[in-house]
Design a protein around this ligand. Structure first.
Ligand code: 5GP
Length: 125
């Protein structure tokens, strides 16, 4: 069946600048911006600029340059927000909700960086 990317998803619209976002940082292949409905004091979304639905789609089809850029942009956000435990930050959680069971709302790959408070258990048991 393959990956059917929806060009009208909200993050595609953000990338086309049809709707605004609060940008944290931007590179050739990636964009980081604040979540509109933050679940913690720091809640930032990092997306690749390419049309990838989720993590497995991205890793299968993105170039090495895009994959490296995306990972480095996530690390850059962690650094910008001073969350790195090795630099005396209090740490963070990195989440990529995927598909039906992952409860993914927006069908464009995004990682959430959450921090700024103790986040509690990873999932509801
Ligand atoms: P998901 O459930 O797909 O992992 O998360 C989607 C996230 O996108 C949610 O945390 C939601 O608050 C955020 N979001 C949805 N629409 C917008 C928007 O228009 N702008 C921004 N900045 N975030 C959005």
């Amino acid at each position: 069946m393959g990956y059917q990317y929806d060009q009208d998803n909200i993050f595609a619209k953000i990338l086309r600048k049809e709707i605004p976002c609060d940008t944290v940082c931007e590179t050739k292949h990636s964009l980081a911006f604040k979540d509109i409905n933050p679940a913690s004091p720091i809640h930032i979304l990092i997306i690749p600029k390419g049309a990838y639905i989720n993590f497995d789609h991205f890793v299968k089809e993105a170039s090495e340059e895009e994959i490296i850029d995306f990972n480095r942009t996530i690390a850059e956000v962690v650094q910008l927000e001073k969350l790195n435990p090795d630099l005396d930050g209090h740490g963070y959680r990195l989440i990529a909700n995927t598909g039906l069971h992952g409860v993914q709302e927006v069908p464009h790959l995004h990682f959430h960086v959450l921090g700024g408070k103790a986040l509690g258990p990873m999932v509801v048991r």
